[in-house]
Design a binder for this molecule. Structure first.
Ligand code: NAP
Length: 432
């Protein structure tokens, strides 16, 4: 029996486990370890709560757990409860699928003011991540600024704009639903440091902005190049730009507005004890397509600033780290002998959920090819002994099913579940 540990039960972790289980068909045991007592990582805590069809991919991951060779080991933080060298002693190979849950910093003055939050925190707050349950973002002002022109910025702007009725069928957590219902925000400015042709928003998600009950998107025609220039764009981007062009002509007939402010580079956040305005510098594109400042600055009123400019992977002791890339230092997923990484921890935060499938398969193939001859390792049994000595009580997939049943039972009408948002609440449900 080979013994493998995959750390992180988001998409990259599940696809890697699936590929390893298939490759070894019954001749390996695979432990899927997560620091939280519940599985699914990004699917549960990152994907927007009103995008339930995307979240449904977790059912496919449940099939992976039906394999007797696979075991979920929740509530175990690698680096805190058990160290990487210890795992390498216990297992034939260790795969880090820890994602990129930390916000990249803007690096501008005022970033630490109350009212400035990163997207990991904001998204975690409305998705019930225990680390952000107490975020309490200020929604008492009329203006919010959302920095970045990617899909996360789009998620944040949409969630800030929706009515309570529009969240029907979603699993947005109750504390966020109530707070958003009472929100005073009327103008949400989406700040992009480059132009419409450079957006990283995908057409389906962008198109949703045109169909909101209480908000209208708006873009300025002056920001666009002549329409003929769209022909040179890659088809997906062209579709997104077509949506943006439609937004230039939409009437302002709804109480809220989502305004695209292109060619605007954040330079500071100002306010008296809390965020009141985002200062941006007008930009233009140089020949390489990079944004360069023009020296002209102006203020965008904002008592809430959500920075959606990408994520990084938290370092783990004894694992080489690529500071510039914000991920583990690796060559095609290989970090060191028998130590691998997959998904965002390997490539950085890009691509769709599906991108992680070939990624996991490739790393699984490498592991199979590199496995040396050798005696059997202690694997999960050794890990459980170590954790018991340290007073750490792991959760199983059956435990998750118990939590899931309690969350389903607590759902408000029409919602799939009411997520528990506290570590203690999960463990109390299990009688721990
Ligand atoms: P992203 O797609 O990389 O977008 C990041 C945005 O932040 C870009 O517009 C970037 O502008 C901007 N930016 C970076 N640094 C900046 C700075 N210092 N100042 C101002 N702007 C800055 O990242 P993301 O939105 O976090 O999404 C991560 C991944 O998850 C993406 O692959 C995304 O498609 C995916 N995702 C998908 C969905 C979905 O399919 N529904 C939902 C959410 C996320 P530049 O282009 O100028 O660098």
């Amino acid at each position: 029996m080979r013994q493998f540990a995959v750390i992180g039960s988001g998409p990259a972790g599940f696809y890697t486990v699936e590929a390893l289980a298939k490759a070894y068909s019954g001749t390996a045991r695979i432990d899927l370890i997560d620091r939280l007592p519940v599985p699914y990582g990004l699917i549960r805590f990152g994907v927007a709560p009103d995008h339930q069809s995307i979240k449904a991919v977790s059912r496919r991951y449940d099939k992976v757990m039906e394999d007797e060779a696979v075991r979920f080991v929740g509530n175990v933080a690698v680096g805190r409860d058990v160290a990487i060298p210890e795992l390498l002693d216990l297992y034939d190979a260790v795969v880090l699928a820890t994602g990129a849950p930390h916000d990249r910093k803007l690096g501008i003055p005022g970033e630490e003011l109350p009212g400035v939050v990163g997207s990991a925190a904001f998204v975690g707050w409305y998705n019930g991540h225990p680390d952000f349950a107490d975020l309490d973002p200020p929604l008492d002002g009329a203006n919010a600024a959302v920095i970045g022109n990617g899909n996360v910025a789009l998620d944040v702007a949409r969630i800030l704009s929706k009515t309570r009725a529009e969240f029907a069928g979603s699993d947005i957590v109750g504390h966020a639903l109530d707070a958003l219902e009472g929100s005073a925000i009327r103008e949400i400015t989406l700040v992009g440091r480059r132009g419409p042709h450079q957006i990283a928003m995908t057409p389906k998600e962008l198109g949703e902005l045109g169909h909101l009950e209480a908000a209208r998107p708006h873009a300025e025609s002056a920001d666009f190049p002549p329409v003929e220039a769209d022909a040179a764009l890659e088809p997906g981007v062209r579709k997104s730009v077509t949506h943006l062009r439609e937004f230039t002509a939409m009437s302002a007939d709804k109480p809220k507005r989502i305004a695209f402010d292109f060619f605007a580079r954040p330079v500071a956040i100002e306010g008296d004890g809390r965020a009141e305005r985002l200062i941006v510098e007008r930009t233009m594109l140089d020949d390489s397509g990079a944004s360069v400042g023009t020296g002209e600055t102006y203020a965008i009123p904002a008592s809430l600033v959500v920075s959606c400019i990408g994520y990084s992977t938290p370092p783990i002791d004894a694992v080489p780290y690529d500071d510039r890339g914000g991920r583990f230092a690796n060559v095609h997923g290989l970090i060191a002998d028998r130590l691998y990484c997959v998904g965002w921890a390997r490539r950085g935060p890009s691509g769709t959920i599906g991108t992680n499938r070939p990624d996991g398969q490739e790393v699984a193939e490498q592991i199979v090819a590199a496995m040396p001859e050798g005696g059997e390792k202690a694997g999960g049994e050794g890990l459980y002994r170590l954790l018991a000595e340290r007073g750490v009580r792991p959760t199983s997939f059956a435990d998750w099913r118990t939590i899931e049943a309690a969350e389903i039972a607590a759902a408000r009408a029409g919602a799939p579940r009411e997520k528990m948002v506290r570590h203690d609440h999960w463990l109390a449900t299990l009688g721990h």
